[in-house]
Design a binder for this molecule. Structure first.
Ligand code: SF4
Length: 380
């Protein structure tokens, strides 16, 4: 077992491809809290010390429940918000000017209906970035729009170009949003829950479109999702986020077949599985923590069925449990003393079971009952 320095931990280079195009080093985002009763200087610790690399021609999934910080991470990588600490590197160098960066790194949002202007047609949405960035004009504009629509399988292009967002299905709208991102000829696509608002029957088509873009065009793709089944289907590498931190990462098949971190194990055991005859035996407790005052030590310790004394005191380092597969958990650390490894008990460990149905806000179980089963059944 190897303890990985933080600047190398969770670097998604295990199975995806070549050199990282985009990398985050120690990325941290704290949002100030202005609520009436909040203590002065209080902040929400939304993203904490995240190190991640997106290789060219690779898909990296960031998986976590609502509020885990995965969408904030995507916005930090898109440079839509400024980090509190840490850096984003493009091709190993500091981020160039805003316009040059936007050409190379594009974000696709969760809701295609709100990301498209309802008073403009598809042609307008695709022509605008091409014109603004001087990538096409005049006669070449229509040819490029047709080519973009062809790349996202919206053909015949001339019929789709004149449609308005309300005339398209959810899947077609998301394809237009992806085509608009592709208009900039980016090298990195950040897809923030791109299929979670789509009908289950059309999710697979959009996932396969992203897979095709990776294979044919060598794009580096970040796939943000709460659905670990679709992450396994689509991605090369999975990074699991909990309470703003990446707690496990590695090759997608390995993370889902042999999860090393108790949170990932609970995430998988909470997911419906038609082949599972018995109810899952692993049970955690409680709800996601308050990120204004996150728990000390391991942020998962109030819910963890294996929590030890050391877990409440010190943050666990990322430890390599298999080649390219790391987990930030004290269970993997050698040489703990008897006092450190004493089981932790207390009121935090007596809430509703993590994988029991409950209506508690932010609870894992109801969220996972809505996940699609189809795409995740088999790895391509
Ligand atoms: Fe559980 Fe401790 Fe591991 Fe955290 S570090 S996941 S509390 S065993």
């Amino acid at each position: 077992m190897t303890i990985i320095p933080l600047d190398r931990a969770h670097t998604a280079n295990g199975a995806g491809g070549g050199q990282p195009v985009l990398a985050a080093r120690g990325l941290t985002k704290h949002f100030p809290v202005h609520a009436h009763r909040s203590p002065r200087g209080a902040v929400v610790h939304a993203v904490e010390d995240v190190t991640l690399a997106l290789p060219s021609a690779g898909i990296t999934a960031v998986v976590g429940e609502s509020g885990s910080g995965k969408s904030t991470l995507a916005r930090l990588l898109a440079q839509l918000i400024k980090p509190t600490a840490g850096t984003v590197l493009l091709d190993g160098a500091a981020v160039p000017g805003r316009q040059r960066y936007a050409r190379q790194v594009q974000l696709v949002l969760q809701d295609p209906f709100s990301s498209l202007n309802p008073v403009h047609n598809v042609r307008y949405h695709l022509a605008r970035p091409l014109r603004v960035h001087g990538l096409a004009s005049g006669a070449s504009l229509d040819a490029q729009i047709a080519e973009l629509l062809g790349r996202v399988a919206l053909t015949p292009a001339d019929q789709f170009a004149v449609k308005y967002p309300h005339e398209l299905s959810g899947g077609q709208r998301q394809r237009v949003a992806i085509a608009r991102a592709l208009a900039m000829r980016p090298r990195v696509l950040l897809a923030d829950e791109p299929v979670s608002m789509l009908d289950v029957s059309i999710r697979l088509g959009v996932l396969n479109l992203l897979a095709g873009l990776r294979e044919r065009e060598g794009l580096a793709i970040l796939y943000v999702t709460h659905d670990i089944a679709s992450a396994r289907y689509l991605s090369d590498v999975i990074a699991v986020m909990y309470a703003g931190q990446i707690i496990e990462s590695g090759p997608a098949a390995q993370v889902t077949d042999a999860p090393a971190h108790p949170y990932t194990q609970l995430l998988l055991s909470a997911a419906p599985d038609p082949d599972r005859a018995q109810p899952p035996s692993l049970r955690g407790r409680g709800a996601p923590p308050n990120l204004i005052r996150p728990p000390a030590g391991c942020r998962f310790h109030p819910r963890c069925p294996f929590a030890m004394t050391v877990c409440a005191e010190e943050r666990p380092m990322a430890i390599e449990v298999a080649p390219g597969h790391s987990s930030a958990c004290w269970l993997h650390a050698p040489g703990l003393t008897a006092a450190q490894s004493r089981p932790l008990t207390g009121p935090a460990l007596t809430g509703p079971a993590l994988n029991e149905p409950t209506s508690a806000p932010g609870d894992l179980a109801p969220q996972e009952t809505h996940r699609p089963q189809g795409p995740g059944e088999e790895k391509r």
